[in-house]
Write a protein that binds this ligand. Structure first.
Ligand SMILES: [Zn+2]
Ligand SMILES: [Zn+2]
Ligand SMILES: [Zn+2]
Length: 158
């Protein structure tokens, strides 16, 4: 184990590509050529947007506190006023939750991100997060419970 050099969150520096809490790249683990920015293909990415998971470089990253965001202004709102409800292994699982939330008039967004831990077995190249408005969290959690979904339930942040 270890901790993130940027935000101090627990992070396995041997196995994690980036910090899920703040989006910073774990430079100790990234290969020589690194990961390329999704916008500037000539630049090396320094981290990932904590909302959408897009790889960003120094030129296009935005900071919110000590967390990395891409340039999409909506993602700042998603970070401040929305939160992750559930994390899945596969997109179809997230799509099922999305559809159920929609039936209950709860807005949600699905983001597929690089799996920070690339050593897991079996290897899951990506993780899928379902994010919803903070004020709908309790209501949405009940829906997750009723559906009996697998995946990672998000704990209360506060
Ligand atoms: Zn961090
Ligand atoms: Zn983003
Ligand atoms: Zn860039």
């Amino acid at each position: 184990m270890g901790s993130c050099g940027s935000c101090g969150s627990p992070l396995d520096i041997q196995t994690h590509i980036y910090c899920r809490a703040c989006g910073a790249m774990n430079e100790a683990h990234v290969s020589e050529e690194g990961i390329i920015c999704d916008v500037h293909t000539e630049n090396r990415a320094v981290g990932f947007c904590v909302v959408c998971g897009k790889a960003v470089c120094d030129e296009c990253l935005e900071n919110q506190g000590n967390r990395i965001l891409c340039g999409d202004p909506k993602h700042r709102v998603y970070l401040e006023e929305w939160r992750v409800l559930h994390t899945f292994d596969f997109e179809y699982e997230a799509a099922m939750l999305y559809a159920n939330l929609e039936q209950h008039d709860i807005e949600s967004e699905v983001f597929t991100k690089l799996n920070p831990d690339a050593t897991e077995s079996p290897v899951r190249p990506t993780i899928v997060e379902v994010r919803i408005p903070e004020k709908k969290f309790e209501e949405a959690k009940e829906i997750v419970k009723l559906l009996g979904l697998s995946g990672e339930e998000m704990e209360d942040e506060n």
